[in-house]
Each structure stands twice: as C-alpha cells, then as structure tokens.
Design a protein around this ligand. Structure first.
Ligand SMILES: [Zn+2]
Length: 281
C-alpha cells in the first residue's frame, strides 16, 4: 500500500528556478526532475508553474491573544504601551478569552498560507496565571506533525511590577514553554539591572534560551541592550538570545548602532521584527 504522503507535484519552480516535477515519499523529497513518472497509487497535483518554497517561518507572533475570527473590537485606549497592556489584560479577563481556541484558529490560518514553524510569545501574568500557556500547549499538541510551535513564556505585564510573576515564569518553563521572554527592563520594570538579573537567572535555572521584547527608544534602549549583551557574554549564552524589535537601533547614532550590531553578531544575538515605519531599524 502506498504511504499517504506519496505525492507528485508537476510543473513547479523550486525557489524560482526552472520548472520541474517533484516527488515526495514518506514526507521527504525523493526526486526532482522533468516529467517524473507517477508511482503506483501516488497522488498527483498540477503546480501550474507556481513557485515552490520551503515552509515559511513566523518568528514572532502572539497566538494566545489574537481576536482572529471574532467580532469587531474597537480598541479605545490611551497612548502609552502600559495603557495597551493594561487594557488588553482587562479585556481578556472580562471576556473569558479562550487562548486555546484562538491560538488554534490563528495557527490554522498561518498553516493554510504555508507557515510551518512558529515562535509565539504567550502571556504569563498574575491575572491570567498559566491559562494562556495551557491553551497554546493544547494547540501545539493538536498540530504536532503539521507545524512546529515554539512557545515563549512572556511577562507582558512586566517582571518586577507584579510580585509573583517570576514564580509563574518558572512554572511556565517547567510546564513546557521552550523559551523565556522578557520586556523593556527600563521602561516597564524601572530597574533594568535587577529585572535582567532575575530574568537571566530563571533562564539559567532551566537551561532555556531568552527572547526579549525591546521597545525602548534611543539611549534608553541602547543601555538595556548593552546590559542584555553583558549577560549574554558573562553567562556564555552565545546563540541563545534574541532581541524582538530593538527599536533603539533605529534611533541611536550610526557609530553606536554599528558597535551594538557588531557585538550582537559576535555573540550570536538575533534581531527579529523591527516593525513600524516610524521606528525603522
Ligand atoms: Zn510581540
């Protein structure tokens, strides 16, 4: 009997190259070439000259919080990042937001458009506890084999401001989160040295990598970034640290920016998503 994954796709262009046929057996590419013969029982799809790409990678999303597929929501909220954070936390508590159902709905939408690997930041705070994590863990299990979902335990409401958050992050990593998240150690936690020391000590305890949201602008963000790089170096975490956004890199002078980027490259610190045009990196 033919394995269900045997599939011949005709007339596709791998990464834009010349059109070929491609034969998949047992979930792997077994042949690439012109006019491949269809094996017995093999499904055949006509590619019509379309591009053939590897599965796409979404390196930064928040599956747990999405309102995807729900009613229109009018977001009337103050201008500060903390206004937005407080507002969304309260909205989800009041609406009984189902992080499991919502994360699955958005993950399926990603999958339908070709994304097969996702890193998702999942809110962990003293109001929701591990509720969001539990929902996304269910989604990860439900889609196992179709999609790899990497979960970041993310203190969206800050690490120091709400006592007990550090213990929850600890539990989240023990419960199956893959990565420890962080957030603006100056602007949100108001004590960057302590905030980052607490964060890195939790990561060290679990031997897990770190991914830090850094929205802080200019000199403030560059100062935080320097502290993050100091800890990356001192703790031997080369290749284990990611900066999400890093808007400060678009604000500081060119010499300072280049020095920070060179140090990041040396320490294997990746930068993902630099977002809005007003804060270009
Ligand atoms: Zn984010």
């Amino acid at each position: 009997m033919t394995a269900p994954s045997d599939l011949l796709i005709r007339n596709v262009r791998p990464l834009g190259a010349q059109a070929v046929d491609i034969l998949l057996r047992g979930g792997r590419i077994s042949a690439l070439g012109a006019r491949l013969p269809a094996t017995a029982g093999c499904a055949v799809e006509e590619g019509e000259g379309a591009l053939l790409l590897p599965g796409l990678v979404e390196s930064h999303t928040h599956l747990d919080k999405t309102l995807w597929g729900m009613d229109w929501y009018r977001n009337e909220v103050g201008p500060l990042l903390t206004d937005k954070i407080d507002n969304e936390r309260a909205f989800r508590a009041a609406s009984g937001h189902d992080a499991g159902a919502q994360s699955k709905a958005l993950a399926m939408a990603f999958l339908a458009l070709g994304t097969t690997r996702i890193r998702t930041h999942v809110d962990v705070d003293t109001q929701a506890g591990l509720r969001h994590l539990e929902g996304v863990l269910r989604t990860r299990e439900a889609l196992r084999g179709l999609m790899d979902i990497q979960i970041v335990a993310f203190p969206q409401s800050g690490l120091l401001g709400r006592p007990g958050t550090d213990a929850l992050l600890d539990q989240a990593l023990a419960a199956g989160a893959d990565v420890l998240g962080g957030l603006d150690p100056c602007a949100i936690d108001h004590d960057p040295v302590r905030s980052l020391d607490v964060l890195f000590s939790i990561a060290q305890r679990h031997g897990k990598p770190v991914d830090i949201h850094l929205h802080e602008p200019g000199a403030m963000g560059a100062f935080s970034l320097g502290l993050i790089l100091d800890r990356t170096e001192a703790l031997g975490l080369q290749g284990q640290v990611v900066i999400s956004h890093g808007f400060c890199l678009g604000d500081v002078g060119l010499a300072e920016r280049d020095a920070l980027l060179a140090r990041m490259a040396r320490l294997g610190v990746a930068l993902v998503t630099s977002a809005p045009p007003a804060r270009m990196v």
